[in-house]
Ligand binder design. Structure first.
Ligand code: TMP
Length: 212
């Protein structure tokens, strides 16, 4: 059986992840690789509904961390079975904008759910479908937050619930990612997200070349 490669991008809001995912996908396609780009939460019709619910729906105000973890994980379980596993089996390269490490950071470290419990939920949601490479785009959390706040939004559109936390929340997320990279240095690589997008893209390419 041919197997593809599974690359995830992680980092705080405003670090340029989505832009870099698109640049990487283009570069890989230009190099002749079949590529699927997807994202979390989302990537399937069910996942996109869950994304909207988690980020913008009025009913999500005051959501407890347990419900939040389970909703992110529900979106992930569907994405793994509908998109990621079939694509990997077909030898396709997958680039996913966020994956299970986001839950470890946001619902585990930042919201304070116990680490073991979060890992058990990951086992249910993804089984052994884990990334070959995870790139963490690292940037000063305050700078990233200001960039995220400057992003254009639809006029009069609802506020993004996940981007309305205090600064300490995003500092904890950034520190959590650094600790993860130190604990799993083969899979998780920190890439500086400072500087122009093409320089960041070149750093990312250096890391990706090794898993191809
Ligand atoms: P983004 O894709 O635009 O960054 O939005 C996703 C938001 O959801 C972001 O604030 C991070 C958050 N998130 C979690 O809290 N847990 C998760 O498991 C995932 C995938 C995202």
């Amino acid at each position: 059986m041919t197997t593809g490669r599974f690359i995830t991008l992680e980092g705080s809001e405003g670090c340029g992840k989505s832009t870099q995912a698109a640049i990487l996908a283009r570069r890989l396609r230009d190099a002749g690789h079949p590529v699927i780009e997807t994202r979390e939460p989302g990537g399937t019709p069910l996942g996109e509904e869950i994304r909207h619910l988690l980020k913008f729906h009025a009913a999500s105000r005051g959501m407890c961390p347990e419900a939040e973890l389970l909703l992110f994980s529900a979106s992930r379980a569907q994405l793994v079975r509908d998109v990621i596993r079939p694509a990997l089996a077909a030898g396709t390269l997958i680039i996913c904008d966020r994956f299970l490490d986001s839950s470890t950071m946001y619902q585990g470290i930042a919201r304070g759910l116990p680490h073991q419990l979060v890992q058990h939920v990951h086992t249910l949601a993804v089984g052994d479908t884990l990334p070959n490479l995870t790139l963490v785009l690292d940037m000063d959390p305050e700078k990233a937050r200001l960039r995220a706040m400057r992003r254009p939004r639809p006029a009069g559109g609802p506020e993004d619930r996940m981007e309305a936390e205090p600064a300490e929340f995003y500092r904890n997320v950034a520190e959590g990612y650094r600790a993860l990279a130190a604990a799993e240095p083969r899979r998780v690589r920190i890439v500086s997200a400072e500087g122009p997008p093409d320089e960041v893209a070149a750093r990312i390419w250096e890391e990706v070349r090794h898993v191809l």
